[in-house]
Design a protein around this ligand. Structure first.
Ligand SMILES: Cc1cc2nc3c(=O)[nH]c(=O)nc-3n(C[C@H](O)[C@H](O)[C@H](O)COP(=O)(O)OP(=O)(O)OC[C@H]3O[C@@H](n4cnc5c(N)ncnc54)[C@H](O)[C@@H]3O)c2cc1C
Length: 443
């Protein structure tokens, strides 16, 4: 008997059409009032603030997902968001209030006091979804997976961005631009002068989330680095110190235990990304073997994107110096504040940690956000102009979010004019909460 020939039901479409890319097809074009490039802590905060001002906003990121390092590198802790000491107060506002309230209410963030620094630990998955929802609700246009290829500058103004996406090329026009790329990619492509660390690399870190840890048997905060220094060589560990940020009650921890270079040369960056994962595996093997009661049954649930601290930053109208940070200089054009320590990662095996007292506060001047050679570009986040040590104390997420807000207020005040000519008092008034307000922490 012949086998019946299978037939396709009429409900299934079998039709195809032949397509071919049109030669010289023009790129897609988009126009916005403000274009924010980079959707990390600084860029998201900038985009939400610009939307709150009623501006038409385009938010661009090279990754296919929003959130930058805050979400995708599993940073897991908001630092620099509260003052030091036993009576902490919140330092940055804008989107931060809604974010902390929403995450706090669902148990996805909690405030942690410590004798020196007061931080908020958060669940990066919940933060990512919070950001996505906030951006959608604010009506912000999003362009993901779009990497800057060219920046057109005419008479000190950026007039056009040319971006490549996997779905084709895109061109963007806007009145003002925020460079929240972390690596000053917009300023760099515009041909503006930039800066890099002169004394060797600032190391990044490959973060991992470890699950199935036994919280009841966790070693002390000091025990892990002490043991790493004793036996690290046996495991091939480059970094001989590290931290496990435990999310209480959930048996998971974010492990910050590696040091990896983060070069900007494409092949070297790719090779280092793989090296970072290998280092993370070694650090976890160390934890499992040396602290078996706590980590013996643990396993890696996820690897973050490479964690990149400091690579390249703008040459601004003013440089924030480590002397300013230590002295707490209050600049006439201050736009943000923080009390986070100087935290330098420029040696492979350890880092420098210089904390400040309970009453310390340092400030970020608007001049350090403004590329000297451009009139309608403002940097925000970890690519502003600061010396190596000063940058290490202001690139944490609290001040990054404050910088994003200041950047769009400056562009809003400048309109079709120059951000170098806005009235500092008017800008200060716009960001007053981030300089003066002192709310107590929630929870
Ligand atoms: C391992 C590690 C641990 C840290 N721990 C803490 C901590 O506990 N608490 C804390 O507050 N801070 C911490 N920091 C610092 C902090 O996380 C970062 O400095 C901060 O998140 C930087 O935010 P950002 O918005 O400036 O940049 P990023 O988060 O780096 O965002 C930049 C965005 O720009 C996009 N981009 C870059 N180039 C291009 C391009 N050419 N075209 C298009 N898009 C582009 C990127 O895809 C990215 O999404 C840590 C950093 C690291 C690396």
């Amino acid at each position: 008997m012949d086998t019946p020939v299978p037939t396709v039901t009429t409900k299934v479409s079998t039709a195809t059409r032949s397509v071919r890319r049109a030669p010289n097809a023009p790129p897609s074009r988009h126009r916005a009032d403000i274009c924010v490039v980079g959707s990390g802590a600084a860029g998201i905060s900038a985009a939400l603030e610009a939307a709150r001002l009623g501006r038409d906003v385009l938010l661009v990121d090279g990754q296919p997902v929003l959130g930058g390092q805050a979400v995708n590198s599993i940073v897991g802790t908001f630092c620099g968001l509260f003052s030091n000491g036993s009576e902490p107060y919140q330092l940055t506002y804008g989107m931060v209030g809604d974010m902390l309230r929403d995450l706090g209410e669902t148990g996805a963030a909690y405030f942690r006091r410590s004798p020196h620094n007061n931080i908020v630990i958060y669940d990066e998955v919940a933060l990512g979804r919070w950001m996505e929802n906030a951006v959608r609700e604010a009506g912000i246009t999003v362009l993901l997976g779009a990497v800057l290829r060219e920046v057109v500058v005419e008479n000190r103004r950026v007039t056009l961005l040319k971006l490549a996406t996997r779905y084709g090329d895109v061109e963007v026009e806007a009145q003002g631009f925020v460079d929240a790329t972390g690596d000053a990619a917009l300023a760099w492509q515009a041909g503006f002068e930039c800066q890099e660390p002169a004394d060797g690399p600032v190391y990044g870190t490959q973060m991992v989330v470890l699950e199935n840890i036994d919280e009841a048997h966790l070693p002390s905060r000091e025990a892990i680095p002490a043991r790493m220094r004793e036996v690290g060589e046996k495991y091939g560990l480059l970094r001989r110190e590290g931290l496990a940020f435990v999310i209480p009650g959930r048996g998971i921890a974010a492990m910050n235990m590696t040091h990896v270079e983060t070069p900007l040369e494409p092949f070297a960056a790719s090779a280092k990304a793989l090296e970072g994962r290998d280092q993370a595996d070694r650090a976890v093997r160390f934890a499992q073997t040396e602290f078996p009661e706590a980590f013996g049954k643990s396993r890696i649930r996820s690897y973050g994107f490479p964690g990149i601290r400091q690579t390249r930053w703008i040459k601004g109208r003013q440089q924030l110096t480590s002397q300013d940070v230590v002295a707490g200089t209050r600049f006439p054009d201050a736009i943000a504040r923080t009390a986070w320590p100087i935290e330098l990662h420029n040696s492979g095996d350890e880092h420098v940690w210089q904390p400040f007292g309970p009453d310390h506060m340092h400030y970020i001047p608007f001049g350090s956000l403004t590329p000297a050679e451009g009139d309608n570009v403002v940097a925000a986040g970890r690519c502003i102009d600061a010396d190596n040590a000063a940058l290490s104390s202001v690139r944490v997420m609290g001040p990054c979010m404050a910088m994003g807000q200041a950047a769009v207020h400056a562009l809003d005040l400048a309109g079709s004019g120059s951000v170098h000519q806005i009235d500092p008092a008017a800008l200060r008034e716009r960001v007053r909460d981030n300089l003066e307000r002192r709310d107590r922490p929630y929870g």
